[in-house]
Design a protein around this ligand. Structure first.
Ligand SMILES: Cc1ncc(COP(=O)(O)O)c(C=O)c1O
Length: 463
């Protein structure tokens, strides 16, 4: 895939975003948040996050009948950071959680249970019990999970949690197999085209008056808008069928998942939430007429643009005629890009040692990470102003599924994450979102307290 330069193809919003980012990188260097002793940070643009949350809400308000209940539940997996969840909650969003940890993060952020949705594919009995006790919405993934809900609902009387079933419309994949969830053999939900499955879902509802929701999430990144809309249309059609069979409006809420893609090759903000909402209104006219409440679960499209990981160039070298900038950002902050670079390319912006955008004729170079395997590259053969020792390389659009979800290869410490916003005085204000991990913490989470556990382990049984 050909990558456009960081400054090409920008919308007006994109231009403002670039300006805020450049200011933040320079200010981070000036304040020592980034430098020889802190060679990598994650930066989050608070202004941009707020703007995206508002844009999402406006997009659905513009097409939904007045009074339609719409919950935008941010997919916590995209950016599992408590201050981010609180910022979004303040902006009127909720949380979609897919593990006990994510549920705990949402609770720590103060996201109300009534704005939380629990969707994981492997929910345990105790996790389900906790969700029901809290009043969190749950979408059962499969018949076995539904039987667990039967037992819990039976034991506790009708749950205050809204309960539903996740279905898989089995309409096919987008451009990235690993994030396509509506394939014939996907591990998620009840495959509607499997023999007898659709009828099973309809019956499951008619036998359980407490089931009121249908959920489908077609995939995440690489799913064309038309395929997303088809998945929603199929889910809507099933809800209509269930309600006709039940003779009442039993399904009262449709959870349409997330999955709006981000254009990682340019600063362009398309597809927009407004484009998607308008397409849904055209493709599924009944969706927004007020008969159904709606839940969305966007992650990447809300946060990716607003995060930047910035890393110091520790060494600039040559090998086999190739110029290589060895930086501190690699697989630990960008595992998808490092392991599957063709599917997950990232734009790189070059900054000088003072944090100013770097000028200079582009030269082809690799931007390498700190991990000890040769594939640890953020970008390979990329034309950029020449990165020198002490400069900084920024990986753009990394606010979702990148530095928030650290991968501890080589025991590389989690970088600090800072939010930034204009300080009202022409400068930049920063707030700590996540402290940089210390080496002592790395040891502690790697069994440091159990150093002699294996050397003192002896067979105690008789042989
Ligand atoms: C059930 C569910 N909802 C929402 C999302 C968020 O998707 P995206 O970040 O692409 O919007 C995911 C991502 O995997 C998901 O599995």
């Amino acid at each position: 895939m050909g990558l456009k330069g960081a400054d090409n193809d920008m919308s007006e919003d994109g231009g403002q975003r670039i300006g805020r980012r450049d200011d933040a990188v320079r200010a981070a260097v000036e304040r020592g948040l980034l430098g020889p002793d802190a060679p990598i940070v994650g930066l989050l643009d608070v202004t941009g996050i707020r703007a995206s949350a508002a844009e999402l809400r406006r997009a659905f308000e513009a097409v939904a009948a007045p009074g339609t209940a719409v919950l935008h539940a941010f997919a916590v997996k995209a950016t599992p950071l408590v201050p981010v969840l609180r910022l979004l909650a303040e902006a009127g969003l909720g949380a979609e959680v897919a593990s006990a940890g994510e549920l705990a993060l949402a609770r720590a952020a103060g996201v109300p249970a009534a704005r939380t949705v629990f969707d994981a594919p492997a929910k345990t009995g105790p996790e389900l019990r906790e969700a029901l006790a809290l009043g969190v919405a749950v979408n059962a993934d499969n018949p076995q999970e539904l039987r667990r809900l039967d037992a819990l609902v039976g034991a506790g009387g009708p749950a205050s949690s809204p309960l539903g079933i996740r279905v898989n419309p089995q309409i096919g994949a987008g451009t990235i197999g690993a994030t396509s969830t509506a394939t014939a053999t996907s591990k998620f939900g009840v495959g509607l085209r499997d023999a007898g499955a659709r009828e099973w879902v309809v019956q499951a509802f008619t036998e359980r008056p407490w089931l009121t929701r249908l959920h489908a999430h077609v995939g995440s990144q690489g799913i064309p808008l038309s395929l997303l809309a088809r998945g929603v249309a199929e889910t809507y059609a099933l809800a209509e069928e269930i309600n006709a069979r039940a003779g009442r409006r039993q399904v009262d809420t449709l959870d349409i998942g997330g999955g709006l893609s981000v254009d990682f090759a340019s600063e362009a903000a398309e597809p927009t939430f407004a484009q998607y909402a308008r397409l849904l209104a055209e493709a599924v006219p009944g969706l927004f007429d007020g008969r159904y409440g709606l839940v969305t679960e966007f992650g990447r499209s809300l946060l990716a643009r607003h995060g930047t990981v910035v890393a110091r160039v520790e060494y600039a070298k040559h090998s086999g005629g190739r110029r290589i900038a060895v930086t501190h950002a690699g697989v630990q902050v960008a595992p998808r890009t490092v392991y599957v670079p063709g599917a997950w390319p990232l734009r790189i912006a070059a900054y000088d040692a003072k944090g100013r955008p770097k000028e200079g004729a582009p030269v082809v170079q690799d931007v390498a990470g700190p991990a000890c395997f040769s594939g640890d590259l953020l970008a390979e053969g990329r034309a950029l102003p020449p990165l020198e020792q002490g400069d900084f390389a920024a990986a753009l659009d990394t606010g979702a599924y990148y530095f928030g979800s650290h991968y501890s290869y080589n025991s590389l410490a989690r970088p600090g994450v800072y939010g930034f916003a204009p300080d009202g005085d022409g400068g930049v204000a920063f707030a700590v979102v996540r402290e940089p991990q210390t080496v002592a913490e790395v040891v502690a989470e790697s069994g440091g307290a159990h150093a002699d556990a294996l050397t003192t382990l002896r067979a105690t049984g008789s042989r």
